[in-house]
Design a protein around this ligand. Structure first.
Ligand SMILES: C[S@@+](CC[C@H](N)C(=O)[O-])C[C@H]1O[C@@H](n2cnc3c(N)ncnc32)[C@H](O)[C@@H]1O
Length: 279
């Protein structure tokens, strides 16, 4: 009897019902844009542990609780389980090379007076992308960097990813340009490296849901939003691209990933395989 009880409490929750699956998918899609309707397996496997750990009887009770009285911590935990935070340094290096060879010279010319660049990494995950952009900026500006305000805004939905980003401790990739390890990282022991203080200071991390209106103080010269909209459905993607367009200065850029595209009627002009410019 006693053994049975223990077994029951340790057992994985039963499969999610169609109705509960639809409720959860609709909630996540409406609030966060993420389209999970083909991810039933992912939902059940990633939430099973949370349900057991929090003592819910099953998916139904857990979803009832989340939708009626889930705290921001509960929602953050849900999002951390359901978002895909996969990212790495030097990802799609061609975009960084275009940024350094074409976009940065253009921005530096336009900001000769205020010496202030406005760049946003939207969906920055654990921080590799914005830190990487920072390194390209420092590399380009060289000794002039201290005369510029080069701070970047980096946002994500997942608090888990953002807390990793704030720590800035990583394993280095094999294809880091020569000399960058010394210039932009310090040793963190056990084969790990932390981004150097001047790179760390240059990135401002914030939690931001890309479904929300964009009300940042300044318009952006460049928005990186790579491998984020792939999780959104077409109307969500189109609406977000329009908000990005509004939030960009004339002549500014939107950089997406090579595996994504914008809808054919986008007001942006394509200037590279994954690079778009506001007219
Ligand atoms: C695969 S990562 C991309 C990271 C980086 N941009 C790259 O290309 O390597 C996708 C990120 O988008 C974030 N994300 C998904 N939906 C979001 C939303 N509605 N608002 C903000 N961030 C979101 C996820 O939390 C995740 O960290």
């Amino acid at each position: 009897m006693e053994d049975n009880k223990i077994e029951k409490s340790l057992a994985a929750p039963a499969m999610i019902s169609d109705a509960d699956f639809r409720r959860l998918v609709a909630f996540v899609q409406q609030k966060y844009g993420i389209d999970l309707h083909q991810k039933r397996q992912l939902i059940t496997s990633r939430l099973a542990g949370t349900i057991k750990q929090k003592g819910f009887k099953g998916y139904s009770e857990y979803i009832d609780y989340l939708l009626s009285q889930g705290s921001s911590d509960d929602i953050n935990q849900l999002l951390s389980k359901l978002t895909t935070n996969y990212t790495y340094f030097m990802r799609e290096i061609g975009a960084f090379e275009y940024f350094q060879s074409t976009i940065l010279p253009d921005m530096v010319r336009r900001h000769q007076r205020d010496k202030c660049l406005a760049i946003w990494s939207a969906g920055c995950s654990s921080g590799e992308e914005p830190y990487n952009v920072s390194m390209y900026i420092m590399d380009y500006l060289g000794t002039q960097a201290s005369a510029w305000d080069t701070r970047l805004l980096a946002t994500d939905l997942s608090m888990n990813a953002l807390s990793k980003a704030q720590k800035g401790i990583y394993e280095l990739p094999d294809n880091l340009p020569a000399g960058w390890e010394k210039k932009y990282f310090v040793s963190a022991g056990a084969g790990k490296h932390q981004v150097a203080p001047h790179i760390k200071r240059n990135v401002i991390f914030r939690q931001f849901n890309l479904m929300d209106p964009i009300h940042f103080k300044r318009k952006f010269d460049v928005i990186f939003c790579r491998n984020v909209m792939i999780y959104f459905d077409q109307p969500t993607k189109k609406a977000l691209t329009e908000r990005f367009y509004e939030a960009t200065v004339p002549g500014g850029y939107l950089i997406i990933s090579m595996s994504e595209n914008l809808s054919p009627d986008t007001p942006y002009m394509r200037v590279g395989p994954s690079i778009f410019k506001k007219k």
